[in-house]
Ligand binder design. Structure first.
Ligand code: RUG
Length: 819
């Protein structure tokens, strides 16, 4: 590897010729009349030529070496823009910038032409993207399997403060330059129909699925480029098309439109990403997406395995399949079906392979996010799978009976089938029963999975339940998004830290160095200015970069408690206007969040923050001390500007509700100080940075539980705390919605009469007090700089490279294969 991580010789002239060739032959433009978008597309195509070559070469090498691989199955990969990141991984950023400059093009401007591929909702999908990056960076053989949604996560705008959703056609008209379609990998997927019994030639009683329809799965590969190496792994996204695109007899009868129905229906399967985060909606089309994804992926894994000359019996030795949450659980009965029905294995043989192939990651304890599917729906859409699930459950119940004889209560609790007026299949139970490893995503979360969610499973399968703490890729989340800080780090610890984040600990010894502190804070200031400029240009709000930039960016959810943040803002507003002795350092509260379109209260919270923002940003009585900004359409490319610009990171979920969080890690790496509860990965971040360098507040998990058990009464806090009361009462007036009192009252109603399910009021006073401490400490810039530097220095644990090594060593038993 040469300087900049470059792994192969860059031929500038050849690259420029390739760009110009694509400009003319692919996009019908000339050097003279090409638009910036034409240039961006042509450049992307020229770069993709390099990565596709490496993708095929990596594929061939891994097949010929019979390398053990992980197959990461996820309904979501929130990859964000690829071009800038891939340039960094290829070590070509500077060379390509110079080459494009000679062609009269500015690379930074061209990178802005890329639409974010938003093929995920939030943390879960972004984690999958970081993991693919870390797999490739460390050359652990891997294939990512996902869906090629025509529309990604909806685009968000605000109309009079309310969220409005629009479709996200992320590929534009021209398609996405990095993707390559692989028609030779097409799969056929069956749906509906019935199961029939038959006797095979050997006289065995067998079952087979007679499908009602089939659709086609088309593979699109996106290159996951290894940082500083030549390995490129595929992120393989399946698009659903009709197997019978045209009904010829209808066409010949003159029914030209009706003739296309099969194509239109099949196209619906991968039309759009479901926009729910941490919430199971239970729609039939979603089950179809899940099965389509799993059937294509399982078939492709088997194809690769057999094409490399391996025996089917060796599947578990050479392939492991990681299920990212329960969304791809149907892959388990699908593999059973294929092994039994197609490969004619016995149940025991097939089970031996399956139960040693799959591993499952749990990402949530929230009951509303734990997936169940109605038995009737599975029976109708996937009749053979329902039979197999029943059989898995039957055998499992025998095992439960052995351990807890005659205990029907424990059987009811553990059964894959949940009894009730409508019988439901519990996907998490199916996962725990059928996989060789189940992991939570942060130490606290994994403990709660064992203690509260699956205690009996933990007893029944000792050692199966484990932890792998999440991480984030330092390539995108420091090197690419924060060039100023990256240069400073490289100067102090050398430039190989993006691949070896442990090295970043070398910054610790500069935490007290005043000159370094000043340079570090100067970088922070530049990053704040970059964000302030973006906000000014796009939203017309002017910000003072001397203010504290206090940022909460994540999906809008009650458990994440954006409304606690809002109540704090209202309390500051109240104090600034009513308490002449109150003093505060100027503060800018910045939000970014999408609400699921059907989540009314989440949308009300967005509306309320926007209305408060409108008022305070224009209220001269506040003397510029308080600003509120809600950035529309929060997405990966905006996150790349937001994380580096934060002074304060809001990680304020109710303890026990946020499985891990990953934004918390990105903020801290970029030198923001966390205000957070003892929840998710905050707990481990505190262990790393030490209590002095993080602001922890609020109830602990067990205190939350205790308070609830005792009968939580939000009015107790309301009556006891006049500041809280003042903040809540503001929501009942027309202070922020002139002439329309009560427009914000739903939030107050939920917190008081609705019982305040996430204990916002119980944590309010401590939250306010902790913010006062932040205010005081920020005024001492030297101390603040020291803490910020230590946050950067002490975050190496949260590199996704470490997470992937944990998976590889402790779960997958996977070795790197160097190219
Ligand atoms: O809510 C969790 C986050 O705490 C976590 O960091 C992330 C990645 O592990 O996954 C999020 N999540 C959980 N998203 N969806 C779910 C449940 O389907």
């Amino acid at each position: 590897m040469s300087k900049n991580g470059q792994t192969q010789q860059f031929d500038k002239a050849a690259f420029q010729a390739a760009v110009e060739k694509h400009l003319t032959t692919t996009y019908a433009a000339t050097v003279e009349n090409a638009t910036p978008r034409n240039w961006y597309m042509a450049m992307g195509k020229a770069l993709a030529e390099i990565s596709t070559g490496n993708l095929l070469a990596t594929e061939q090498q891994l097949a010929s070496e019979k390398a053990r691989s992980v197959n990461y199955l996820s309904l979501e990969f929130l990859i964000g823009r690829l071009t800038g990141n891939n340039l960094i991984s290829m070590g070509l950023y500077e060379d390509v910038a110079a080459a494009m400059e000679e062609l009269g093009q500015n690379l930074t401007d061209l990178l802005e032409e890329e639409r974010d591929p938003a093929l995920g909702n939030g943390g879960l999908g972004r984690l999958a993207a970081c993991f693919m990056d870390s797999l490739a960076a460390q050359e652990y053989p891997a294939v990512g399997y996902g869906l090629h949604y025509e529309y990604g996560l909806f685009r968000q705008s605000f109309v009079d403060g309310r969220q409005v959703e629009a479709p996200d056609a992320w590929r534009g008209i021209e398609g996405y330059p990095w993707e390559v379609v692989r028609p030779e990998l097409t799969q056929h997927v069956s749906l509906y129909g019935h199961v029939e019994a038959y006797v095979d030639d050997a006289g065995n009683n067998c079952r087979r699925w007679v499908p009602g329809m089939t659709v086609e799965g088309i593979a699109w590969d996106l290159p996951i480029v290894g940082y500083g190496n030549n390995s490129v792994y595929p992120l393989r996204l399946w698009e659903c098309r009709s197997s019978a695109p045209f009904n010829l007899s209808r066409f010949n009868d003159g029914d030209y439109v009706g003739a296309q129905y099969p194509a239109l229906e099949a196209g619906n399967v991968t039309k759009v990403l479901y926009p729910n985060d941490n919430h199971d909606q239970g729609k039939a089309l979603r089950l179809m997406q899940q099965y389509f994804h799993c059937a294509c992926s399982v078939a492709d894994i088997l194809r690769r395995h057999l094409a490399a000359g391996n025996k089917i019996e060796d599947l578990a030795a050479l392939e492991t399949i990681q299920l990212n949450d329960t969304h791809p659980t149907i892959a388990i009965p699908e593999l059973m079906r294929v092994l039994i029905d197609d490969f004619k294995m016995s149940w025991d043989q097939a089970w031996e392979i399956c139960s040693h192939t799959f591993a499952y990651t749990n990402h949530t304890l929230l009951p509303e996010a734990l997936e169940t599917w109605s038995e009737a729906l599975i029976q109708q859409m996937l009749p053979r799978h329902m039979e197999i699930i029943f059989e898995i459950n039957h055998r499992f119940m025998l095992q439960v009976e052995k351990t807890w004889p005659g205990n029907n209560e424990v059987k009811r609790k553990l059964s894959i089938i949940q009894e009730g007026p409508q019988r439901m299949v519990r996907m998490a139970n199916l996962c725990v029963v059928s996989t060789y490893a189940v992991n939570g995503v942060a130490a606290l979360h994994s403990e709660l999975v064992k203690r509260d969610l699956f205690p009996e499973f933990n007893e029944l399968f000792p050692g199966r339940l484990t932890n792998v703490t999440n991480g984030v890729t330092p390539r995108r989340w420091i090197k690419y998004c924060n060039p100023g800080l990256s240069a400073l780090i490289s100067e102090k610890v050398g430039d190989d830290w993006p691949a070896h984040l442990e090295k970043i600990a070398g910054l610790e010894k500069f935490a007290d160095d005043e000159a370094f502190q000043q340079r570090y804070m100067a970088v922070k200031k530049e990053n704040k200015q970059r964000l302030a400029d973006w906000i000014n240009e796009n939203m017309g709000i002017e910000l003072d970069t001397n203010a504290i930039f206090d940022i909460q960016i994540k999906r809008l959810h009650e458990y994440k408690r954006q409304h606690l943040n809002l109540l704090h803002i209202l309390s500051l507003y109240h104090r600034l206007l009513n308490d002449p002795t109150f003093d505060m350092h100027p503060r800018v509260f910045i939000f970014g969040a999408k609400a699921a379109p059907g989540y009314a209260l989440a949308k009300d919270i967005i509306f309320a923050i926007n209305k408060v923002a409108e008022k305070v940003n224009n209220d001269e009585r506040l003397g510029g001390k308080l600003k509120v900004v809600f950035i529309p359409d929060y997405r990966v490319s905006l996150a790349e500007i937001l994380f580096p610009a934060a002074d304060v990171s809001e990680q304020i979920s109710t303890a026990g509700k946020e499985a891990s969080g990953t934004g918390n890690m990105k903020f801290a790496m970029n030198g923001a100080l966390t205000i957070g509860t003892m929840d998710g990965a905050n707990v481990e971040m505190r262990e790393e940075v030490g209590d002095d360098n993080i602001f922890i507040f609020g109830l602990l998990v067990d205190e939350v539980q205790k308070l609830k058990n005792e009968g939580y009464d939000p009015y107790r806090y309301y009556h006891a705390d006049s500041l809280l009361r003042a903040a809540l009462e503001l929501l009942n007036t027309d202070e922020f919605t002139p002439g329309h009192p009560g427009q914000l009252a739903a939030i107050r109603q939920n917190l008081l009469d609705g019982g305040d399910p996430y204990l916002v009021l119980a944590d309010f006073a401590d939250y306010v007090k902790t913010h006062e401490e932040i205010d005081a400490q920020y005024r001492d810039q030297k101390t603040w700089a020291r803490k910020a530097i230590l946050n950067t220095a002490l975050m190496s644990k949260f590199s996704s490279d470490r997470s992937i090594r944990d998976y590889a060593n402790n779960i997958w038993k996977l070795e790197p294969v160097k190219r």
